[in-house]
Design a protein around this ligand. Structure first.
Ligand code: ADP
Length: 602
C-alpha cells in the first residue's frame, strides 16, 4: 500500500523523481507531462495516482475487474484517449475545457459500476488500496472541470453509464426518483412518451444533457419556479466512503406498507412512502453534507416535479443602455421577493445572446474586447438591448394577465424598454430557446456561445450578490475592467434567485492557445480575489480554483473548512473519496502541496 499520499501539484512533473516527489516551488504552470517518471510500463496508466507504483496499481485494476467485469474497467494508457472534446460525446477522463495542461486533471482509469452493490464493493477496494476515486454521474460539468478528478491519476467512477433508471415518476406526489445516469433529456422524454407533460414538468438548466443528480448535488440552477435544484431535491440514497449504504430523511424509516420479497439487498428495498415528500426526517439533516462534497456517492435521489401550471407565457424585456442594469435590478428585487416574478429569470448581457447567434468573427475582425459602440451596433442589429431580461408567467390566463401587467408597468420606468413575446417575433432566436427552457423543455441551443472564439472552451466565474442596482453595477464594472485587462470579452448573465443573484460570467478562451488559456486563468484568479475584497464569494467552481475559493470563506480562521475536514477525516479516514473537492482535503494529503498555481501575471 502507498505509505503516503502527501505529494502535490508537481507530482506529475517530468523532472520529478516519481509520484512522491516534492512539489515544485515554481509559480508557473509547469509543462505538465502525461506521466510521472518511473511509472511507465506497457499497458500502465498515463498518470499513476499519487503514491502508487505500477505493480500496486495493476493489482488494484485486476481486483476492480474481478468486481465489475472486464468491460466495465478501462485503463487510460494513451493521450489518444483524451481526444474527446464535445459536449455531445463527453470525455469521462479529462477536462475538455482545460485551463491548465490537458494532461494534468486526468483519471488513470474509468470504472463503471453496474449497481449499488458494485459501488459499495469498489469503495471497499479503494479503501484497501488507498486509491483516490472521483465519482460523477454524466461528466458534463463543463466550465467546472467536466468529468476530471481533482487529484491526477484518481480512478473515475462513471455512475451514469449503467445506473441510469428512472425508478419512479409519481403523479399524485409530483416527484421522480432517479439514478445517477438520468439526464434532463431522459426525464423530459419520459414525461412526453407517457403523456405526462400535461400534468408534470421538470426544471432544466440551460443545456439538458447533464444528470439530474450531478446538477442538484452541485447546486446547479434552472429557470422555472423550481429552478433551485438542490432546494427541490427530496431524499437521497448514499454510499459512504466506507461502502456503507444510507438513506436520508424519511428514507431511513422502513415502510411495512410497501412489502417486498425477502433477501433483497438494502438498495433494492422500496423506500418509505414519504421519502420523496418530506426532506428532513428526524434528527440532524444530513443531505447538505453530500452536496458539493466528498463524503458520499449518491446512488438515488428524489426530485420534485412542477405540476403543469395550466398556462404559460414567456417574455423578453430589452433594456437599451448598459447602465439600465442598475434600475432593472432594483425593479426586479421586490417583484422576485413577492413572487410576482414566479420563476428564476435572467438578465443577460448583449454578448451572451450575440454569441448564441454567431461567433466573434461574424460581428468583427478585431481580437480585442468589443467597445461600447460595437456593442450598441450588435444590439441594434439583433434588435436586442444592452441587457435582455427573460422571464415567464405561469398559471391560468387571468393570473398570467395580471402578473404580466404588473411586470410591464414596473419595467416601463426604464426608458426605451421593449416587451416582446415569442409568438410575436421571428427575430429573436434566444427568446424561442428560453421559451422552451422556462417551461422545462431541455435543449442544446445554448452550447453555441462557447464558439464565440475558435476552439472555444470556457470557465465560469460565478459570484453571488444581493439583488440591488449598486451591487450589480459594482460587480459588473469590476468584472468588465478585469476582462478588458485580460483581453477577454465580457459575456455574462445575472440569474435571479429568491433573495440573491448568481452572476454567471462565461470566460471563453481558445483551448489550443496556451497564452489565451493562461489569460483566462489569470482572469478568474484575479476576479476571485477582487470579489472576496468586496465580500462576494462564488457558489461553485472549477477544479483549479477550488482551494483559492475555499480560502476566501475564511470566517474565524477558516472554521468552516476545519469542520468539513473533521467530518472528512471521520467518514473517510483513508482519504479516498474525491480528495480536495471544493478545497476539502483529508489529513493524508498536504493541501499546500496540491495548490494549483496560476500564471504570475498576464
Ligand atoms: P453532469 O451530470 O452535469 O454531467 P457530473 O456528472 O459531471 O455533472 O457531476 C458534477 C460533479 O458532481 C462531479 O464532478 C461530482 O463531484 C459530483 N457528483 C456527480 N454525481 C455524483 C454522485 N452521484 N454522487 C456524488 N457526487 C456526484
Amino acid at each position: 500500500m502507498p505509505a503516503t499520499l502527501k505529494s502535490g501539484y508537481a507530482a506529475s512533473d517530468p523532472n520529478a523523481d516519481g509520484p512522491t516527489a516534492k512539489p515544485s516551488s515554481s509559480k508557473k504552470i509547469p509543462n505538465l507531462p502525461t506521466q510521472p517518471k518511473g511509472s511507465q510500463h506497457s499497458g500502465g496508466p498515463l498518470t499513476l495516482p499519487p503514491g502508487f507504483t505500477s505493480e500496486v496499481y495493476d493489482e488494484f485494476i485486476a481486483a476492480a475487474r474481478q468486481i465489475l467485469g472486464e468491460q466495465n474497467v478501462t485503463v487510460i494508457t494513451d493521450v489518444a484517449q483524451l481526444s474527446l472534446e464535445h459536449y455531445t460525446d463527453p470525455s469521462k477522463v479529462h477536462d475538455m475545457h482545460n485551463v491548465v495542461e490537458k494532461t494534468y486533471f486526468v483519471a488513470s482509469a474509468v470504472l463503471c459500476p453496474r449497481d449499488v452493490k458494485d459501488v459499495q464493493d469498489i469503495m471497499k477496494l479503494c479503501n484497501q488500496f488507498e486509491m483516490p476515486v472521483w465519482p460523477f454521474s454524466i461528466g458534463r460539468n463543463t466550465g467546472y472541470g467536466g468529468a476530471a478528478p481533482r487529484v491526477p491519476g484518481s480512478v473515475a467512477l462513471d455512475l451514469g453509464k449503467n445506473m441510469n433508471k428512472i425508478l419512479e415518476v409519481n403523479v399524485e406526489g409530483a416527484f421522480a426518483l432517479v439514478e445517477p445516469g438520468v439526464t434532463f433529456f431522459d426525464l423530459h422524454e419520459y414525461l412526453v412518451k407517457n403523456n405526462l407533460r400535461d400534468q408534470l414538468w421538470i426544471d432544466v438548466p440551460d443545456i439538458g444533457g447533464g444528470s439530474i443528480i450531478g446538477n442538484a448535488v452541485e447546486r446547479g440552477v434552472g429557470y422555472t419556479p423550481y429552478g433551485d435544484h438542490w432546494m427541490m431535491h427530496c431524499g437521497m440514497e448514499v454510499v459512504l466512503p466506507s461502502g456503507e449504504l444510507i438513506r436520508t430523511g424519511m428514507g431511513a424509516l422502513p415502510d411495512p406498507s410497501r412489502p417486498h420479497p425477502d433477501g433483497l439487498r438494502p438498495d433494492q428495498v422500496p423506500g418509505n412512502r414519504a421519502w420523496q415528500l418530506f426532506n428532513y426526517g428526524f434528527g440532524p439533516y444530513n443531505d447538505g453534507i453530500f452536496s458539493q462534497s466528498n463524503l458520499g456517492i449518491v446512488t438515488k435521489m428524489g426530485i420534485w416535479l412542477m405540476p403543469n401550471p395550466g398556462g404559460y407565457q414567456a417574455y423578453l424585456i430589452t433594456l437599451p443602455r448598459d447602465e439600465d442594469l442598475h434600475t432593472a435590478l432594483d425593479i426586479i428585487r421586490p417583484l422576485r421577493l413577492q413572487m410576482v416574478l414566479q420563476n428564476v429569470p435572467t438578465l443577460r448581457h448583449i454578448l451572451l445572446d450575440a454569441a448564441v447567434s454567431g461567433n466573434k468573427k461574424s460581428y468583427t475582425q478585431k481580437d480585442e474586447p468589443l467597445d461600447d459602440e460595437e456593442l450598441d451596433a450588435i444590439a441594434k442589429k439583433l434588435k436586442l438591448g444592452r441587457w435582455n431580461f427573460y422571464g415567464a408567467v405561469y398559471g391560468p390566463e387571468p393570473v398570467r394577465k395580471v402578473l404580466w401587467s404588473v411586470i410591464k408597468e414596473a419595467f416601463s420606468k426604464i426608458e426605451g424598454a421593449q416587451f416582446i413575446l415569442p409568438e410575436e417575433t421571428k427575430d429573436h432566436p434566444v427568446l424561442q430557446t428560453r421559451s422552451g427552457t422556462l417551461q422545462g423543455i431541455p435543449s442544446l441551443d445554448e452550447l453555441a456561445w462557447v464558439n464565440w472564439l475558435p476552439n472555444g472552451a470556457h470557465l465560469f466565474f460565478s459570484p453571488i450578490a444581493k439583488i440591488t442596482g449598486d451591487d450589480g453595477m459594482l460587480q459588473y464594472s469590476m468584472t468588465k475592467k478585469r476582462c478588458k485587462e485580460a483581453g477577454v470579452d465580457f459575456i455574462g448573465t445575472f440569474t435571479i434567485g429568491m433573495r440573491e443573484m448568481h452572476h454567471i460570467v462565461c470566460i471563453v478562451f481558445d483551448r489550443y492557445n496556451k497564452e489565451k488559456r493562461d489569460r483566462a486563468h489569470w482572469l478568474i484568479r484575479t476576479l476571485i480575489q477582487d470579489a472576496a475584497e468586496h465580500g462576494w464569494g462564488e457558489y461553485r467552481t472549477h477544479l483549479a480554483l477550488m482551494d483559492q475559493i475555499a480560502d476566501t470563506y475564511s470566517f474565524n480562521d477558516n472554521a468552516q473548512r476545519k469542520l468539513n475536514e473533521t467530518m472528512k477525516n471521520a467518514l473517510d479516514p483513508k482519504g479516498i473519496l474525491a480528495p480536495g473537492k471544493n478545497g476539502v482535503w483529508p489529513s493524508n494529503y498536504d493541501r499546500e502541496a496540491w495548490r494549483i498555481p496560476g500564471p504570475d501575471s498576464l
